[in-house]
Design a protein around this ligand. Structure first.
Ligand code: HEC
Length: 162
């Protein structure tokens, strides 16, 4: 083996070893929290089923992501709904869905066609179910601040400064 080749091999060995060492280090120092999914729902199986069904029927996912599922082709900058029930409560959701003009409750920075539509014409029971379902979408405490920041930045387009 030529001297040059030895040097190259030695350098490669050092690189491989340092990547291994880094992975070991990160693996050791990452709490279980960092690897877990922070979002969960408190909904009963019945509510989860009805809520998901209404969510699908009303095409909420044309604009929103939930459980990180969304229609990529038609995605607009609407806030993600994962964890939204930790930021607002059921009564708020109900009045928001019932509002003729939701932007009076939550101002929009978007073009009209991308804004949150009014769901005031949905039957009241369905608005209740949707509101209950939204309220059940929670985020673990350790991810609450990140969720709030992401929501704020989506809504305003500005940097979040608590
Ligand atoms: C045409 C796109 C669009 C559709 C369809 C849509 N939304 Fe929205 N929604 C938005 C946008 C954009 C916002 C942020 C406020 C705004 O810009 O009007 C929003 C806001 C919200 C909020 C408040 C989020 C926050 O940060 O507090 C909730 C909750 C919500 N939508 C739920 C729903 C549900 C449930 C459906 C289906 C029944 C739905 N949206 C359908 C675009 C949409």
């Amino acid at each position: 083996m030529k001297r040059g080749e030895k040097v190259v091999l030695a350098l490669m060995a050092v690189m491989v070893l340092s990547v291994m060492a880094r992975n070991w280090w990160v693996g050791r120092h990452q709490g279980a929290e960092d690897r877990a999914i922070p979002f969960y729902t408190t909904a009963s199986p019945d509510l989860a089923k009805q809520g998901a069904e209404l969510y699908r029927q009303n095409e909420c996912r044309q604009c929103h992501s939930l459980w990180t599922v969304r229609n990529m082709m038609e995605s607009v900058p609407a806030p993600a709904l994962d964890g939204i029930g930790s930021l607002r409560d059921e009564a708020w959701f109900f009045s928001y869905f019932s509002a003729k003009n939701p932007q009076e409750i939550l101002p929009s920075r978007l073009k009209r066609e991308y804004r949150m539509p009014s769901y005031a014409t949905l039957p009241e029971a369905e608005r209740h179910t949707l509101a209950q379902y939204m309220a059940s979408l929670k985020v673990q405490d350790w991810y609450l601040a990140d969720t709030r920041k992401a929501e704020y930045e989506k809504l305003t387009g500005k940097e979040y400064r608590p």
